[in-house]
Write a protein of this length. Structure first.
Length: 274
């Protein structure tokens, strides 16, 4: 599978873009030690005008590079945690619904449709507004707004697998239904979910940035969306304050989607080979 992924042009381009971003996020405390919100230089210094501040400073004299590195860490952690929560929740609900069938399936699918009736961003916006802005509430809001897609994908795969002979064989051996569902059937239904994971992560990055832009992110952590929002007041005189984090978001989302395309091609090749 790795060889097939490496042979994918989209996957390799996405990986080459994504790895530096992940490394920058992980190494942010080493690359830019100290408080990224500390005032360390003259205000509104343009990029490349001073070697000490390669990306310039904001209107309060804070380093844009430091904010960008620490913002990458916060944004990626929130997006990864929310995507992981959405995938786990959606996978669990989809597996139970698809394997149990009957009234259980009907009830869980009506619940899924109820969540899908509200646009994901509006639901996340409402939840954060009620709970209060913090990293935990943002992760919870994105999780609850993004689990329905994985749930439907997993349910469809489980429905196509639960009538196979190997499922009947495990029933004859005395395994309990949910044990069969999660231990034997679910692993065979995961490839489409793995492909969908990239879409969920990309969407989580955008939703987190939008919430932070609206002032609903954690006020104690700097994020890319918050950087864009803070640059609005000086957009005409210092457009780089909003442009730099905006470009970072675009590149990250593009990289995640390209990696997802590479994974999809690798899994498709695996299925053809099988």
């Amino acid at each position: 599978m790795w060889r097939r992924f490496v042979s994918s042009r989209e996957g390799m381009v996405g990986l080459c873009l994504l790895l530096p971003i992940i490394l920058a996020a992980l190494l942010a405390p080493l690359l830019s030690p100290g408080d990224p919100q500390a005032m360390v230089g003259p205000a509104l210094l343009k990029p490349f005008a001073d070697a000490a501040f390669p990306l310039g400073t904001d209107r309060l004299g804070r380093s844009v590079l430091a904010a960008l590195l620490h913002g990458a860490s916060a944004s990626l952690i929130v997006a990864a945690a929310a995507a992981w929560g959405a995938l786990c929740l959606g996978t669990a609900i989809g597996t139970v619904a698809g394997f149990a069938g009957g009234r259980t399936d009907e009830a869980l699918m009506r619940l899924t449709e109820a969540f899908q009736a509200v646009p994901g961003f509006i639901l996340a916006l409402a939840l954060v507004s009620v709970v209060g802005p913090s990293l935990g509430s943002v992760v919870l809001a994105i999780t609850l707004s993004a689990w329905t897609g994985p749930a439907r994908v997993v349910r469809a795969e489980i429905l196509s697998l639960r009538g196979r002979d190997f499922v009947d064989a495990y029933r004859v051996l005395g395994m309990r239904p949910m044990q069969i569902a999660f231990q034997q059937v679910l692993p065979n239904a995961l490839p489409p979910v793995i492909t969908l994971a990239a879409v969920v992560v990309a969407a989580a990055i955008l939703v987190e940035a939008a919430l932070s832009f609206l002032g609903l992110g954690d006020p104690n952590h700097i994020t890319w969306g918050r950087m864009i929002a803070e640059g609005r007041s000086v957009l005409r005189t210092a457009p780089f304050l909003s442009a730099i984090p905006g470009i970072a978001i675009i590149v990250t989302v593009l990289a995640v989607n390209l990696v997802g395309e590479g994974i999809n091609e690798a899994l498709a090749g695996k299925r053809v080979a099988a």
